[in-house]
Design a protein around this ligand. Structure first.
Ligand code: NAP
Length: 366
């Protein structure tokens, strides 16, 4: 049986998460300041799983000690979820008018208390335990009028990041749950209809993945945790290596005439230059396809097995430049069916690739 401590679990996100974990058989330690609501939750979830509920304020050290005591009695914690948080006054004052004693209270509950909870239970965290600190987009975005709450969440985020760096033995996550239809949200938008905001249950699956899965520590948005990640291809760079007899002539052709910027140079026993050549792709084609491309670009089949095709800003200008460097045009510039303005040329003598295409994408001329 896994065990989690969730602060602020009598309603809202904390309760939604507690319900899900209880259904999965997790033992739970829950708290909230309001005893009556917490009792109702104890009655509901106590029939589903082992639940210890402790009334109290996370900002109080004695209360945090009671949470730690419960953690010890349950044999240690697999997860701590610092969810309890306060908004502060509503409407929220601008920072220049924010009463500092009130700001201190917001910080005590939203920043100092979560660290206090972790410090209190640190000796009862099982290996690979998860620490989830519930943050907010207001901790990242500087919304006017959200200075007290927002800056407390920003502090919680940075605190979490440093905690993660200092404690690689645990997985530390700081998570933005997104807007949720809860008491806190209604308090932030007094008198407004918030029925379009999703219920907190929508943010729970992402939190569950962080608790049960193996994602690296860091900042997450609860509702995107389960979204498939775009595949990153392992190859990210094509470098075409040409062995040339006349190094200087080839260097001049690519550097002076084509105008490619030098990225790196080697002058060891031999000479080498790496030119930046924009974005690289590899195109493979069968003989029929090559013949068709030749027909459009040149007017007849050429059938070169290797051809350098360079996307340029201005085909006419680039063509004039490379012809000045020894390239020979096979044909005038043509417009292809595939949206290119292009010209086929042969490279200057001495280069191991004979065929060169200069092309300009017509709908993306720059
Ligand atoms: N709702 C949103 O749109 C939204 C958006 C971004 C981030 N968040 C974050 O998500 C988390 C949950 O928010 P929520 O909307 O579910 O809030 P909520 O509806 O106000 O619920 C907060 C829970 O925490 C308890 N709590 C508050 N202060 C406490 C304290 N000092 N000690 C112990 N328990 C305390 C509350 O019970 P008692 O009042 O009885 O103590 C309640 O159970 C918070 O960290 C919040 O900042 C919410």
């Amino acid at each position: 049986m896994k065990t989690a401590l969730i602060t602020g679990a009598s309603r809202g996100l904390g309760l939604a998460l507690a319900r899900d974990l209880a259904a999965q058989g997790w033992a739970l330690i829950l708290d909230a300041r309001g005893g009556e609501t917490l009792d109702t939750v104890q009655k509901e979830l106590g029939t589903v799983s082992k639940v210890v509920s402790i009334v109290g304020d996370v900002a109080q050290a004695e209360h945090r000690q009671k949470l730690a005591q419960a953690a010890a009695e349950l044999g240690g914690l697999d997860a701590v979820i610092n969810n309890a948080s306060i908004l502060g006054p509503s409407p929220q004052p601008n920072l220049l008018d924010y009463p500092l004693d009130v700001l201190e209270n917001v910080y005590k509950t939203n920043v100092v208390a979560p660290l206090g909870v972790i410090q209190s239970v640190k000796n009862h965290l099982k290996p690979n335990a998860r620490i989830l600190n519930i943050s907010s987009d207001a901790g990242v975005e500087p919304y006017a009028g959200w200075g007290g709450y927002g800056s407390s969440k920003a502090a919680l985020e940075h605190l979490s990041a440093i905690l993660a760096a200092e404690n690689p033995q645990f997985k530390v996550y700081w998570v933005d749950p997104g807007d949720m239809r809860t008491e806190m949200h209604q308090a932030a938008f007094p008198g407004e209809d918030i029925s379009d905001r999703p219920l907190p249950e929508v943010s729970v699956p992402g939190l569950i993945e962080l608790l049960n899965g193996d994602l690296p520590g860091g900042r997450y948005r609860a509702r995107t945790v389960l979204e498939p990640k775009p595949e990153t291809p392992s190859v990210h760079w094509l470098n075409l290596v040409l062995q040339v007899d006349d190094f200087q002539a080839a260097a001049d052709f690519f550097g002076k005439h084509l105008g490619l910027p030098i990225q790196k140079e080697w002058h060891d026993s031999g000479h080498g230059v790496l030119f930046s050549a924009g974005r690289a792709t590899i195109e493979i084609a069968d003989a029929t396809q090559i013949a068709e491309v030749d027909r459009v670009e040149v007017g007849h089949a050429v059938n070169d097995a290797v051809r350098l095709a360079l996307g340029v800003r201005d085909v006419e200008q680039a063509s004039a430049d490379v012809q000045a460097g020894g390239a020979k045009a096979l044909h005038t510039v043509v417009d292809t069916d595939w949206g290119h303005h292009n010209q086929r040329l042969t490279m200057p003598d001495g280069l191991p690739i004979k065929a060169l295409t200069l092309f300009q994408e017509k709908d993306n001329p720059s």
